[in-house]
Design a protein around this ligand. Structure first.
Ligand code: ADP
Ligand code: MG
Length: 687
């Protein structure tokens, strides 16, 4: 009896080499092969009249050879002109044999398949598939020809034949895990129908029809569902661990709050309440705090830290950059002064004896708060009794890094609570794929007195005006930023650009005190410059995007961002969040390189119109599509077999409801679906 789990070698034509090659594609058994879908199709179901061909089409044609010749001009090639009653076309071969030349003799009837393109003399096909035939009969196929993704050494025909056998042997034994209720409500075909259709779609469908077909949608739905279920399963298994129980001492908390230079906003208080409730449970919290840039997430984190500390547990605070980690260190040191828990600082820079001492103090529990970068979760770092992990600007870390820190179990055998914070709102639909293992709190209120930043979009030709504006602004004893962006990946180029700009501005504005800060400076130097700027020993800070996080200078209310068209909207919004921190009016000038495309203008216009990070993220999503917005960095290891976020995201909306039905009514389907779609990479669930 053949089963879908059976090994591939069961199939005729699949030897050990093919098995190995298929494995490279993640295909380990017959079921996997059934889920290996074509990425496109060729239409050999009808013969096209030659007169109806157009460049770009891929077509099956039949015609009689009129002439065949070897051209020596240019690159040596064999050309062969064929025609039917409707027109003619040229076949062109750059590699050919003498045998071929004789085969293509005038009068011979050829059946060809290939892509039509413009040639020297009308339309042509380069290296068509062809065969000499005797009649026009029986040349077409009944269904579209599937083209499968391949890997080195694997042939299209091998896969095609293997899939055909797999369909015949095992299709009907596959379990359809989607309950009838879901199939009905979405008008989805059964699993069998869907796979049959996608492996051999009926004639007269276009690729577009197939992309839109309910067969494909049904499978994409199932794949999304599997990813969502995996996140939920991760959450459930995480929640089964024991966690330390925090008790908040009201007197300690009152003293802490009284020491802050401001009063918490309502939103901050609400979110702190949500965190405290979670951390009073026996099971680990997994909470994401979303709050626009400047909404005051740090102090929320500090309050969470306070409950851990006052319950006798250690806290680790992880930031994506040293600069941001340093800022947290300053804030925490100030806020926790008088609480007898001076934070220790751990980054990759810390070496030698100092590092040994820091590690020792974390391991023996002498240090209560650790602040740092991802260096915090290296193997050599051990905690005596870590109770809370705080991860800032979560979007900069991959999902797996988040998990690695969670694994940092310690001697006490309890799982720490986990708080992650982000200023980059993930639109709700996408959050479901990425963060459905987290509970979400939103800080939807800015501290009082913040004025919205007035944003203008200005072409680079008007740079002189901008320079006048700086002159005038600084004349009023205020400070400004000039942010240079360049290809984000190249820090060297970015720093060079910033250096050049600083020189140029020094020439243009000789009376102004200009400082420069970029990512290749030593962290101590960077810090010194920032500090000096904060103390108003400089008027203008020229910077690369390193200042995206970290600086907080209320007197700096003017920011110029050069080449903003190169950055994502959310990143621009983050940058802009550096101004508008004081009580003066503040401004952001987006100095773009013209000409700017209509889409580019529209994008920058969004920033001019809105100061709300959530609105900006939604708009960004609409304009760029989810695939771009999520990017590979953010999707981390999330790889889809067939789903395409840009094409299919409207299905996401329905996933949570379906997941609930499955969980409640068909729990046996949960791991089966995860196994089917995510297979061995499903280790994420093992939290
Ligand atoms: P973000 O959410 O972007 O991380 P921060 O935590 O850095 O924001 O806070 C931004 C600034 O607002 C900091 O200077 C912080 O001290 C200040 N702040 C935070 N909460 C309040 C508040 N309730 N009232 C006034 N200022 C606040
Ligand atoms: Mg922050």
């Amino acid at each position: 009896m053949d089963t879908p789990q059976q090994s591939l070698s069961r199939l005729a034509g699949i030897g050990p080499q093919s098995v190995a090659r298929l494995q490279k594609l993640g295909i380990h058994c017959i079921q996997d092969l059934l889920f290996h879908l074509p990425h496109r199709y060729e239409d050999r179901t009808r013969i096209q009249p030659i007169g109806a061909l157009a460049p770009g089409m891929t077509a099956l044609i039949v015609g009689a050879v009129e002439l065949t010749d070897v051209l020596l001009r240019g690159r040596r090639s064999l050309i062969c002109r064929i025609s039917d009653q409707t027109g003619f076309i040229t076949l062109r071969f750059f590699h050919f044999s003498a045998n071929q030349q004789t085969q293509l003799k005038p009068g011979a009837l050829l059946c060809c398949f290939g892509e039509i393109r413009h040639g020297y003399a009308g339309l042509e096909i380069i290296h068509p598939e062809y065969k000499v035939v005797h009649t026009r009969d029986n040349l077409t196929e009944d269904s579209l020809t599937p083209i499968y993704p391949l890997t080195e050494g694997l042939r299209q025909n091998t896969v095609r034949k293997a899939v055909k056998q797999a369909l015949a042997l095992c299709l009907h034994q596959l379990t359809d895990w989607l309950p009838a209720a879901i199939l009905h409500s979405h008008h989805f075909p059964t699993l069998q129908q869907a796979l049959q259709t996608l492996h051999s779609p009926p004639a007269h469908q276009s690729s577009h029809d197939i992309q839109q077909s309910s067969a494909l949608k049904r499978l994409v739905f199932e794949e999304f569902l599997a990813h969502h279920l995996r996140m939920l399963q991760g959450k459930m298994s995480h929640k089964r661990w024991q966690a330390p129980v925090f008790e908040v001492d009201p007197a300690v908390k009152a003293r802490f709050l009284a020491g802050l230079p401001f009063q918490l906003t309502g939103a901050q208080q609400r979110v702190i309440g949500e965190i405290e409730t979670d951390c009073a449970q026996h099971h680990p919290m997994l909470r994401l705090v979303q709050g626009d840039v400047g909404s005051g997430k740090t102090v929320v984190a500090a309050c969470a830290a306070l409950s851990a500390l006052s319950s006798g547990f250690q806290v680790a605070v992880m930031a994506p950059t040293e600069l941001l980690a340093e800022q947290h260190l300053r804030n925490f040191s100030a806020w926790f002064a008088g609480f007898d828990c001076e934070p220790v600082f751990l980054t990759g820079q810390l070496k030698g004896k100092a590092r040994q001492q820091t590690l020792q103090s974390l391991a023996d529990g002498g240090a209560r708060i650790a602040i740092g970068t991802h260096a915090l979760f290296q193997d050599s770092v051990h905690f005596a009794n870590l109770g809370l992990i705080i991860i800032d600007e979560q979007h900069r870390f991959g999902v797996h890094q988040r998990l690695a820190l969670r694994e940092k179990s310690q001697a006490i055998g309890l799982r720490p609570h986990q708080l992650v914070m982000t200023a980059t709102p993930i639109p709700r639909t996408l959050a479901m794929l990425q963060y459905s293992d987290l509970d979400i709190s939103i800080i939807d209120e800015l501290p009082p007195g913040r004025k919205p930043v007035t944003t203008s979009v200005i072409p680079s030709e008007r740079r002189d005006e901008v320079i006048d504006r700086i002159h005038h602004w600084v004349g009023q004893k205020r400070q400004a930023y000039w942010v240079c962006t360049l290809i984000e990946e190249s820090e060297v180029l970015q720093c060079e650009a910033a250096e050049k700009t600083a020189e140029y501005l020094s020439d243009a504005l000789p009376e102004i005190r200009i400082a420069l800060v970029h990512g290749r400076m030593k962290s101590a130097d960077k810090d010194a410059v920032m500090q000096a700027f904060k103390n108003h020993r400089y008027d203008l800070l020229v910077a690369t995007t390193v200042i995206e996080v970290g600086v907080d200078v209320p007197n700096a209310g003017l920011m110029i961002i050069e080449n903003p068209e190169r950055l994502g909207l959310s990143q621009l919004h983050q940058l802009r969040g550096r101004v508008g921190r004081g009580d003066v009016e503040s401004y952001c000038l987006l100095l773009y390189q013209s000409p700017l495309s209509a889409a580019g203008k529209q994008r920058l216009g969004i920033l001019r119109e809105s100061n709300d990070g959530f609105v900006i993220a939604e708009k960004d999503l609409q304009l760029r599509g989810p695939g771009e917005v999520m990017g590979t960095r953010q999707t981390g290891q999330m790889q889809f077999k067939i789903a395409d976020l840009n094409r299919d995201s409207e299905l996401l909306e329905q996933i949570p409801a379906a997941a609930e039905i499955i969980y409640k009514q068909h729990p046996e389907a949960v791991s089966a679906l995860i196994e089917r779609w995510i297979g061995e990479s499903g280790q994420y669930a093992e939290v």
